[in-house]
Design a protein around this ligand. Sequence first.
Ligand code: N7H
Length: 484
Amino acid sequence: MSGNAQKPVGSTAPTTGTIDTSNIQGDIISQIPKKAQALFFYQIKDVQGFKQALAKFIPFIATETSVAKGRNDIAQHKNSGASGLLNLKFTTVSFSSKGLVKLGVKDDINDASFTAGQLADAQSLGDKGTTQNNVFEPDWLFPFKHDIHGLFSICGPSVQIVQLELLAVLAHFHCTIREVYKVVGSVRPGAEDGHEHFGFNDGISNPALDGLSVGNPGDDTVDPGVVLLGRPGDNQPGTTTPVQRPSWAKDGTFLAFRLLNQLVPEFNNFLAANALKTSDPSVSGSDLLGARLVGRWKSGAPIMLTPTKDDPALGANTQKRNDFDYDLLSQVKCPFAAHIRKTYPRNDLGDESNDDPHRIIRRGIAFGPEVTPLEKASQKTHFDRGLLFVSLQANLQQGFQFLQKNWANNANFAFGKPQQPGIDAIIGQVVSGNDNVGVRSLSGTNPADATASLSLGTTEWIVPKGGEYFFVPSISALKGTIAA
Ligand code: N7H
C-alpha cells in the first residue's frame, strides 16, 4: 500500500531553512567523481517485491553527504601520493512518471512534460522520425519507444568496476525488474579525459545553488529551487508564485536523459572544408571554426577572452574560464549562436538573473569507442559514440526543453541582434512548423565578416537516439512514499 495518495498536494511552501544534504541524492548539488558510469533502464515487474528490495537498498544510495565524503577521501588519497584510483562506487535511483504510477504514487507532481514522458516531446524537440496516421515516431532506438519505469545510475573509477557493481545491484533487485536498455559511458583516454567526442573540454560551466554550493567566478548562483523541488525559486514560469508540489517531492529534481550519438568524422570534415582564415599560422582554421561554433576552444578557454588563439592555461583555470560577458551587438569575438551563448546567454538577456529559471546542472559522460583510422579516412561514422546527456532541473519546460526548443532550435534567438543569429550549430535541430524550417545555418562564424551566414548542410552531427524524463527523489521520499 503506497499511502502517499492521501498526502496533501501543495503542502510544500518553499522554505529557506537548512537543507539536510544527507536527504538529497548525490550528483545534484556536487558532481559524483567518476571515470565510468553505467545507466540501466528497466521496467518493474513485481511491484511489492521491488518496493521491498528498494527499501533495503536505500542505505546504499549515494547522497550529497556521501559524495562529499568520497571527494574528500579522493583528495586525501591523491595528497598522500598513493597510486591508482580509490574503489568508490555511487549509485543513484530515479523514476519515470510511468514508474511512479506503477509504484502506486498517485499525486500529481505538477510537471506536464514529466507526466507525458519524453517520447511525447520528441517531435517538438526537433528529433527526426516519421509520421503515420498522425502519429509521430522518432528515429530512436526501440527500447526508448516503450515504457521505462526506472533508472539506476552507477558511477565509479573504471568500466569494469561499474559493471560489477551493476551486477550486484541487479542481483539485489533480482526478478522484480526487467532490463529495457543498458549503456556504459566512460571518460575518454589520456589527454582527452573530460573532453567529449568532438574534442571539447566539457562539464566546465554549471550554476551554483544558493546556500548549498559555491561557484567559481562567473558561474552565477541561482536559487536552490531552480534545481530542487519545493525550495525557494521553484516557481511558476515568470512569477514568484511557488509551483504546488506534493510534500514528498521536496528536495527531488527532474532528470532529462538524452542518448545523443555524435558524428565525429563528419563534424571534423565540415570544419576542415569550411576552415576559416587565421592571422596566426600556428592556429588551424578548422580549430578556429570549431571554437566559434561552440564558444570555447577545445581546452575550454572561452573565445570571448581569447578570440584568435586557444589558451590551454586559461582553459584549465577555474577562476577565470567562466568569468566573461558577451558583446551585446557584436559577433566579432563570439557568434550569437555559439553553443554556450545559446544555452546560457548571460548578459544577452539583460540582467543575468533573467537566465536563472533556465539554468540546468549538466552531468553527462561520453560513450562509445574512439574514432578508428578507417572512420577517419572514410570521414564516415561506423560505430556509435556520443554523449549520455543528463540535465537536472526543477522544471523541465523551463530547463532542458526551453534550452533545446526556445533557444538552440530558434534561429531568431537571442532577439534584438543586428543579424539573425541562426540555430545552435552543435545541438540546434530544424523543426518543421517553426520559422527556422529548412534553415540549418548561423551568422557570425567569420570574425572578418560577421554578417555572412554559414550553411551547416543537411547532416545534423548530433543524432538523438532516445531519452526519457525521470524524477530523482529525496531519501525521505524513497522511504516514506516510493518504497513504502
Ligand atoms: Fe552542451 N560540445 O561539445 O560542443 N556543451 N553539448 N548541451 N551545454 C557545453 O561549459 C555539447 C547539450 C549546455 O554555462 C560545452 O561545460 C555536445 C544539450 C549548457 O556557458 C561543450 C552536446 C544541452 C552549457 C558542449 C551537448 C546543452 C553547455 C562547453 C551533445 C541542452 C553551459 C563546456 C552531444 C539542451 C553553457 C562547458 C555555459 C556547454 C558540447 C548537448 C546545454 C563543449 C557535444 C542537449 C547549458
